[in-house]
Design a protein around this ligand. Structure first.
Ligand code: LMR
Length: 342
């Protein structure tokens, strides 16, 4: 072979190989780490907005090394399935309501479901920002889950197709609840018949009469259009519903330290978004439900609310052994709540 021709071929091969080598590492470097973030509510809720903000912020702070895919509205998984999917690593991140952690064996989380335990967000934040909140998140580690933050939603209202004013009005009502023994006890204390249903099944269950009523913060009731199938809503603010943002522990621990730091910052920023929206969105949702003209909104009188409180606070004592005396006392200490002074 003509030596200059052979040299040309060799050069060409070398160039092609160099180009291929140059491509390979950059292709790897550019493949982003994907976080699938699944949740069950609408995008236009405090949780939906915070998840979307987290996705944007995580991509910004990691300069595209992380891509967050948010799947709202039970698109991927319903309540119970999503926690299983997280443990299996099919999704990396969730923000289930605090009521949904007991089936994993961390029953103490149901303390947040106790009726009338928090008067307002300030009471709640003393708990979630303090040692009790941190201690509860730490209990998830043995379940393969790392707790990153608490996100607010709000205080719950009762709804049905009849006015709910006196305690007696709840008697015999089939009420949809989340999978929490405390919520079960709450409904039974009112003489109602609790029924656990996935959030995504609630609208249809109300529509078809499988259940008569439910409880939720107004933002959930409005964005799921429950006002179409509930004629009456009572602004009882009798309990709290909020979230824990959780991640698959193995995934989290396996991330490069700089990325974990940037994601921690993104979560902190998204927490602010969730909490800033929570109060306003729930107030606004009540106004929007009213404007739809299908649901009568009732504000209980102080005497009616006190009667409800007296009927429901005994649930605290009833559930103490399930939740743990220590957790309950620690929360009373933070909030100043004294069940003996009603
Ligand atoms: C519910 O099931 O009622 C809520 O937990 C839904 C949610 O995530 O806000």
């Amino acid at each position: 072979m003509n030596p200059s021709f052979a040299g040309k071929i060799l050069r060409r091969h070398l160039l092609a190989a160099a180009a291929a080598i140059a491509l390979v590492p950059s292709a790897f470097a550019q493949a982003p780490i994907v976080i699938k973030f699944s949740h069950v509510v609408a995008m236009d809720t405090p949780k939906g907005k915070a998840a979307a903000y987290f996705a944007k912020r995580a991509e910004e702070l990691t300069k595209g090394r992380v891509k967050v895919e948010v799947y709202p509205n039970s698109q991927l998984y319903k309540d119970k399935e999503e926690l299983e999917a997280l443990q299996l690593g099919s999704v990396q991140m969730l923000a289930p309501s605090l009521s949904k952690f007991a089936p994993l064996g961390v029953k103490e989380f149901e303390v947040f479901d106790l009726p009338f335990i928090f008067d307002d967000y300030a009471d709640l934040h003393r708990v979630t920002d303090g040692p009790v909140g941190k201690g509860l998140l730490a209990k998830l580690e043995t379940r393969g889950i790392t707790g990153l933050a608490y996100w607010d939603n709000g205080f719950k209202v009762f709804s049905a197709n009849k006015p709910l004013k006196a305690v007696a009005d709840y008697k015999g009502m089939k009420m949809r609840i989340q999978s929490s023994k405390v919520l079960d006890a709450e409904m039974r204390a009112l003489g109602a018949l609790p029924q656990v249903l996935a959030f995504s099944e609630t609208y249809q269950a109300l529509q078809t009469g499988v259940v008569d009523g439910t409880e939720n913060p107004p933002s959930n009731l409005y964005t799921q259009k429950m006002y179409e199938v509930q004629k009456n809503l009572s602004v009882t603010n009798h309990g709290y519903l909020g979230y824990a943002v959780v991640v698959n522990k193995k995934f989290w621990d396996g991330l490069p330290a700089d990325i974990r730091g940037q994601l921690t910052q993104a979560i902190a920023d998204a927490t602010k978004v969730a909490n800033d929206h929570a109060f306003a969105d729930n107030q606004e949702a009540l106004i929007k439900v009213k404007a739809m003209g299908k649901t009568e909104i009732y504000i209980p009188t102080p005497a009616e609310r006190l009667a409800l409180k007296k009927a429901l606070v005994p649930v605290h004592q009833q559930m103490t052994s399930r939740i743990g005396e220590e957790t309950l006392r620690a929360i009373y200490k933070e909030t100043g709540f004294d069940p003996s002074k009603l």
